[in-house]
Design a binder for this molecule. Structure first.
Ligand code: UDX
Length: 431
């Protein structure tokens, strides 16, 4: 099928690469000329395992192309995906300005019947809004579909190619048929619903997973008080198929471009509809408090933090990505900066230059390219992201390079007995 995708971020590019791999003809359109110029040269502007190769393959097979020209790209397309960002406003509401801008472009440029598919996570009712904006300039026929994405960064290609469900929200039979055809090679259930239901499925799924994490973090906090071990508690909980064994890892909480934003947006949607979503408010609070717990644990370990230097391993919000959006590590660094602590850090994939440009970190963090070097002159190591290379790190080398053998493990990656045997003063979460 002939496809156009507005937005060349994680969702847009992964969708493009995978749909091209499935044999479709895909054009990617983005307003960021710099990004499109890079992509035309075959350079993916962020790290996602396998994506670079799949984009290159698609380009060689002439199945993917890139443009900033919405007008010419729209003309012969059968399906147009909207995969632009929906950042968070100050009040937690989703900012729909990019989605609106695409809808306006579509209104101006559509010539024939086209299916417009929303992949961006948008408040319930946005499908209708997009249709209204298009109709102001385009009197022809079109259909709106909501097809939320459930990709996890770091395994996005796998998730796209091996979905557990595909949700297609639409009010038209023709578009449902066509969307089902697009996804016919997948064997998972395809859930056909109303647009509003599809939009809610995405928020409800992410909010539920975030709730699972905050719940486990609270259980972990109680475990510490009563002498129980959260790892064993969650292992046994997870054996109950009604609970499931995923998303039960305690620690410094969730981050990323989805959970924090979507949970706040759903809370905002509830408030706008005069519903007080009490549980969700607590989920947000617990997650913020987990960051602060690192500071409390550090003060308990080191006493006065003045003149102290701390090493943080891991800056991305989770392993296998270079994404630092809403990362727990960044929040923790900000808390330490308020206390005047010097931070030394190492991350295997994060682009330090980009981070410095985007953040308020200039001159405030010492970035290292060697994890052991980052430990030098530090009083404490904090594990903020569970990269595999940290799990396999040389404990003797860590001890040798630190000023004092202190570790706070924000992701529970080390075995407590082994840490104690190696002479570490070791604190983790809920154990
Ligand atoms: C998430 C959803 O999983 C995905 O379906 C949706 O489309 C986008 O949002 P992502 O943000 O890539 O994906 O990461 P995910 O693996 O879900 O992790 C989110 C955060 O939760 C990370 O910061 C992770 O460290 C944290 N987390 C996850 C925990 O703290 N404990 C867990 O048990 C699992």
């Amino acid at each position: 099928m002939k496809i156009l995708i507005f937005g060349s971020g994680y969702v847009g590019l992964v969708t493009a690469a995978c749909l091209a791999e499935l044999g479709n003809d895909v054009i990617c359109c983005d307003i960021d000329k710099g990004k499109i110029d890079q992509l035309k040269k075959g350079i993916v502007p962020f790290f996602e395992p396998g994506l670079q190769d799949l984009i290159t393959k698609g380009m060689h097979k002439k199945k993917i192309s890139f443009t900033v020209e919405a007008a010419s790209a729209v003309s012969d397309r059968e399906i147009i995906f909207i995969a632009v960002g929906t950042p968070q406003k100050e009040n937690g509401e989703a900012d729909l300005s990019y989605v609106r801008a695409v809808a306006e472009d579509l209104g101006k440029n559509l010539k024939n019947y086209t299916i417009i598919v929303n992949k961006s996570t948008v408040p319930v009712g946005t499908g209708r809004l997009v249709a209204e904006i298009i109709k102001k300039k385009y009197a022809g026929d079109f259909d709106i579909v909501s097809n939320p994405e459930f990709l996890s960064e770091g395994r996005a290609l796998y998730d796209f190619m091996n979905p557990e469900r595909i949700v297609i929200g639409s009010n038209s039979r023709h578009s449902v048929k066509k969307m089902n055809k697009l996804f016919e090679s997948f064997s998972c259930p395809i859930v056909n619903t109303k647009i509003e239901t599809a939009e809610m499925i995405k928020y409800a799924s992410n909010a539920f997973l975030a709730t699972k994490i905050s719940f486990v973090n609270e259980i972990a906090n109680i475990c510490e008080k009563v002498g129980a071990d959260i790892s064993e508690v969650t292992y046994a909980m997870g054996l109950d198929s009604r609970i499931g064994n995923k998303f039960l890892n305690a620690g410094i909480g969730y981050g990323g471009s989805c959970f924090p934003k979507d949970v706040k947006a759903l809370n905002h949607i509830a408030a706008r509809n005069e519903y007080d979503f009490k549980l969700l408010k607590s989920v947000i609070r617990v997650n913020n408090d987990q960051r602060k717990l690192v500071l409390t644990k550090t003060e308990n370990m080191l006493g006065d933090l003045k003149e102290k230097r701390i090493c943080i391993w891991g800056l991305s919000y989770k392993p296998d990505t270079d994404d630092t959006r809403e990362s727990a590590a960044i929040d923790i660094i900000k808390l330490f900066h308020e206390k005047g602590v010097t931070i030394s850090t190492y991350d295997p994939k994060v682009d330090y230059d980009k981070l410095e440009k985007e953040g308020e970190f200039v001159n405030k963090i010492i970035f290292h390219k060697d994890k052991y070097k980052a430990l030098e002159n530090c009083h404490l190591l904090i594990i903020a992201t569970e990269w595999d290379e940290f799990k396999q790190a040389d404990l003797k080398k860590i001890k040798l390079n630190l000023l004092e053998a202190n570790i706070i493990d924000g992701r529970n990656i080390f075995n407590i007995e082994i840490m104690l045997e190696n002479g570490f003063n070791y604190l983790s979460f809920g154990r």
